[in-house]
Design a protein around this ligand. Structure first.
Ligand code: PA5
Length: 357
């Protein structure tokens, strides 16, 4: 790690970002529109009228779109119940009235794949979301639809494309409302935010670069609540995968019943923490008050905090903007640590070993 990394130096990007994650970040708003457009052209050939529950199977970067979609559906009157499953097999209660979304960028993730046969045995409705791999192979063999992700990217960078695509696929199945307007609004809000946080915008006026500078040498703990809870988890995983660094996330109000006490010990760690609070006008008023209470308590303990209050008026726009900010912050943090943001060698090593054993 170098203390003197200058995020405003254009050569830094060509030197470290060997696979050009920067261009995917730059395309974030465009990919958002594209994912929605492609879902519009997709025919799931499935009658969704009997859907009472949705189970999202997926791991890591491929689980995030489901988590965010579930967060949005929870705000919608009459939407089906949602279950997130980041494990082997399937959760209890999957039946003929369950829609199982099988999300895997590669199509080859063993935990996700392990649930497919089990879900089919229950008579559930399945839809794959993948670039191909075994998920596509099984889908073709067993005759369930799959949405082809056409974007070439690291799995986690497909989110701006796969979230609107998933929302579009769900809408085609009669789940949730038509989000055409929300997507348009999100794209506009994303474009508005993006200009201020791209590499060309100097650190002094660049919120994402400033966040990364504050994260350097500290452990980021990202607090979310309601709509921003899945975004907080996204920040955490992006810091982990892009910057190869520790990060944690917490959810309010739950964190006020446990995690908030963690700041007391070890006392010497306090100066090595950086708390980011993802606020949004769409969050329950009492939870918003808890964001303020959290900042006050941590301020008393001299923990560095930063509150981000969402931009964009709609729920989807707020979620998307907070996600883009975190994606950029984790990207800049990778560069500050002298790391190439794209490769995830340890994850690849684990997968290779599991494939052998
Ligand atoms: O971002 C990543 O590379 C990982 O978190 C992957 O998404 C995760 O390992 C699951 O793989 P896949 O997305 O191919 O199912």
């Amino acid at each position: 790690m170098s203390a003197g990394v200058d995020l405003d130096d254009p050569t830094l990007y060509s030197r470290l970002d060997s696979q050009n994650m920067g261009s995917l970040l730059r395309d974030f708003p465009k990919l958002f529109a594209e994912g929605w457009r492609q879902a519009g052209a997709f025919d799931p050939k499935l009658d969704g009228r009997r859907i009472k529950k949705i189970v999202f199977l997926g791991m890591g970067g491929s689980a995030v779109a489901g988590e965010m979609a579930a967060g949005l559906l929870r705000l919608e009157e009459g939407a089906p119940a949602t279950v997130l499953h980041h494990d082997y097999g399937i959760p209890p209660g999957v039946d003929r009235e369950t829609l199982v979304i099988v999300s895997s960028y590669s199509g080859n993730t063993e935990e996700t794949l392990s649930g497919v046969e089990l879900a089919l045995e229950t008579g559930a409705m399945l839809v794959g979301i993948t670039t191909g791999g075994l998920v596509a192979e099984v889908a073709e063999k067993k005759g369930f639809p799959w949405f082809p992700i056409t974007l070439k990217s690291p799995p986690r960078c497909a989110l701006p494309y796969s979230l609107p695509a998933l929302l579009g696929v769900l809408w085609k199945l009669g789940v949730g409302r038509n989000r055409e307007k929300d997507v348009r609004e999100a794209v506009q809000a994303l474009q508005g935010l993006a200009d201020g946080i791209v590499p060309e915008t100097p650190t002094a006026g660049n919120a994402a670069k400033k966040l990364a500078v504050d994260m350097r040498g500290r452990i980021p703990v990202i607090y979310g609540g309601g709509l921003t809870a899945p975004v907080a988890r996204r920040w955490k995983t992006q810091v982990n995968e892009n910057a190869k660094a520790w990060a944690f996330s917490e959810e309010l109000p739950e964190a006020h019943h446990n995690a908030i006490l963690g700041v007391e010990q070890p006392a010497e760690l306090r100066e090595r923490l950086f708390l980011v609070l993802l606020d949004s006008p769409a969050i329950h008023l009492r939870t918003r008050l808890r964001f303020q209470i959290t900042t006050d308590i941590l301020g008393e303990r001299k923990v560095l905090t930063h509150t981000w209050t969402g931009s964009g008026s709609g729920h989807l726009a707020q979620m998307a903007c907070a996600t883009l900010l975190g994606d950029y912050a984790s990207y800049y943090l990778a560069l500050i640590y002298g790391r190439d943001p794209t490769p995830v060698e340890t994850i690849d090593r684990i997968k290779a070993r599991l494939a052998r054993e």
